[in-house]
Design a protein. Structure first.
Length: 133
């Protein structure tokens, strides 16, 4: 499989690419302004815009924990890019992102109903008033 080059992609397009998943997953901007998807043990970055490839960068507590993770994703459509003692990088096609969400422990956004949101706002107001007195 011959990969096409990403050299002609403008920086702004590259940096904002993963922001499109912000309605479903927890998406954050890093210190250089590139958006990534947060996971429990790492993050997902854009690997190739043209080829629609993503990169999972995971950092685990121990080598044993990383081994457990590798066994969990063994049947998934991804390949190991780099691997260290307790860290691993996986490259996979973007179309598999939603099916791999549980395996990669992607942090999903919480859906709060409007009535529950109002209740939480009232509790915060009450707590702030209590602290003032």
């Amino acid at each position: 499989m011959k990969l096409r080059k990403d050299s002609n992609i403008p920086d702004r397009v590259w940096n904002l690419y993963l922001k499109k998943y912000s309605n479903k997953y927890l998406v954050r901007k890093d210190e250089i302004g590139i958006w990534h998807i947060r996971c429990k043990y790492g993050l997902i970055q854009l690997f190739s815009h043209v080829n629609h490839l993503l990169l999972f960068v995971g950092d685990f507590r121990s080598q044993k924990h990383k081994t457990w993770f590798k066994k969990k994703i063994i049947n998934k459509k991804c390949r190991i890019s780099t691997e260290g003692d307790a860290d691993i990088s996986l490259v996979f096609d973007e179309k598999f992102l939603h099916s791999m969400a549980d395996s990669l422990n992607i942090i999903k956004k919480k859906k709060i109903s409007e009535s529950h949101r109002r209740l939480l706002i009232e509790r915060i107001k009450h707590a702030r008033e209590a602290r003032k007195h």
